[in-house]
Design a binder for this molecule. Structure first.
Ligand SMILES: NC(=O)c1ccc[n+]([C@@H]2O[C@H](COP(=O)([O-])OP(=O)(O)OC[C@H]3O[C@@H](n4cnc5c(N)ncnc54)[C@H](O)[C@@H]3O)[C@@H](O)[C@H]2O)c1
Length: 378
């Protein structure tokens, strides 16, 4: 690489620690110029072992001309304002999930990014890993055929220690429960593989912890391509497992149970017609390792910034070391928009006890998000 390194500041030293590990895996692309947290001790714990400067005032980071990219790892209720401030300071932006918490906010972010001439990269790091390249290659090789059904399980275990952080489990802080904060990743994988959702029917419940937001959900989804899917979500499982299964006309793709990096796990790809298994295996044999998780995501962001795409097209921008088939491109704002639209529809369905068609338009009462309606209920 001959391009200049991207100088990044990480805002928020919780999951920011894992982002830092991703940047440190990619020294050819990134220099971490600051870790910013209002809690100085937390910032020190993350940054000092690597000799990275610390900052406690986000505005000071935004005013620092040396920094190119702000990586927002703040609690969800702070994302929208932080993104707009970073864009108006002339920075590129990475922002943790959920990007923001209404379609109106996403649309304002899309406009603000276009006006600033900068990119906003939503985080969905589960997409990155060898299994996604395998699945994508089988689809491209014409071996999957029509999509039939998918099942998704986000069965994790969260207790009082997890909810000791005050913003979690509240509508005002976390802005949602397991649908927004946890299963958002498997729903992103569903739409990455099967495309957009056309209709949802959802039920949510709070059964495990004494929190305002939901910790269980069951969702039926109808996809635009005609396939159907189910998503089962709980934070009261005995262990943390994520499990995905995609049934196609030509094969069934099934993940392992790794909770936080399903695409880095071993998947099985089984032909419906045993005579086709050799073709599948031949495609799989050509696929080498690609970077997974945050490292894979940050690599795709670096490629995108280096090539100065004004709009990053996830289908045309691929990262991955030489020899790899290809990793996923960066997450686009339109994809994050669909993710927020899906959350809006799920909460609307759970509240109204009826199915909801997507897309939601600007006159939909959930266009401004689910929060005004949910908080009114409380
Ligand atoms: N992609 C993933 O797999 C994943 C995993 C965990 C969390 N997250 C997301 O990351 C975000 C942060 O979650 P977390 O678990 O790290 O939370 P956290 O509370 O552990 O960390 C957030 C940090 O932000 C700091 N902070 C708050 N306000 C600030 C401000 N104005 N300026 C600077 N620092 C400030 C806090 O002191 C805290 O240290 C959330 O949106 C969450 O949904 C994503």
């Amino acid at each position: 690489m001959t391009e200049q390194k991207i100088r990044v500041a990480i805002a928020g030293a919780g999951i920011g620690r894992e982002h830092l590990a991703g940047y440190l895996d990619l020294p050819e692309h990134y220099q971490v110029a600051a870790v910013c947290d209002i809690d100085r001790q937390r910032a020190e714990k993350v940054a000092l072992p690597f000799g990275i400067p610390i900052e406690t005032d986000l505005q000071a980071v935004l005013d620092n001309d040396v920094i190119d990219l702000i990586d927002i790892c703040l609690p969800p209720h702070l994302h929208f304002e932080a993104i707009l401030s970073a864009l108006s300071s002339g920075k590129q932006v990475i922002c943790e999930k959920p990007l923001v918490t209404s379609l109106r906010e996403v649309d304002l972010v899309i406009d603000a990014a276009a006006q600033a001439g900068k990119m906003v990269f939503p985080v969905f790091q589960y997409r990155y890993g060898k299994a996604m390249t395998q699945l994508r290659s089988l689809i491209d090789a014409g071996l999957t055929g029509r999509a039939y059904v998918a099942s998704l399980e986000t069965h994790w275990n969260r207790g009082a220690d997890y909810y000791a952080i005050p913003w979690r489990g509240t509508w005002s802080g976390e802005q949602g429960g397991a649908v927004l904060g946890h299963a958002i990743h498997s729903h992103d994988l569903l739409t990455t593989v099967f495309g957009p959702v056309a209709k949802v029917f959802a039920a949510t419940a709070t059964r495990i912890n004494q929190i305002e937001t939901e910790d269980c959900a069951s969702i039926m989804l109808q996809m635009e391509n005609g396939a159907v899917a189910t998503s089962s979500i709980t934070l009261g499982a005995a262990t943390d497992t994520s499990r995905l299964r995609f049934c196609f006309e030509g094969l069934t793709a099934q993940s392992g149970e790794l909770p936080y990096a399903p695409m880095a796990d071993q998947w099985t790809f089984t032909a419906r017609d045993p005579k086709c298994q050799a073709d599948i295996d031949q495609v799989l044999s050509r696929i080498s390792e690609v970077r997974s998780g945050f490292t894979g995501f940050l690599e795709s962001v670096a490629h995108c910034i280096a090539q100065q795409y004004s709009v990053c097209d996830a289908s045309s921008v691929y990262a991955g070391p030489p020899g790899s088939v290809r990793n996923a491109g960066p997450v686009t704002l339109q994809q994050a928009r669909h993710s927020i639209e899906l959350v809006s529809a799920i909460y609307q369905s759970a509240e109204s006890e009826r199915s909801i068609n997507l897309p939601l338009d600007q006159s939909d009462r959930y266009y401004d998000g689910w929060l005004p309606l949910r908080q009114r209920v409380k």
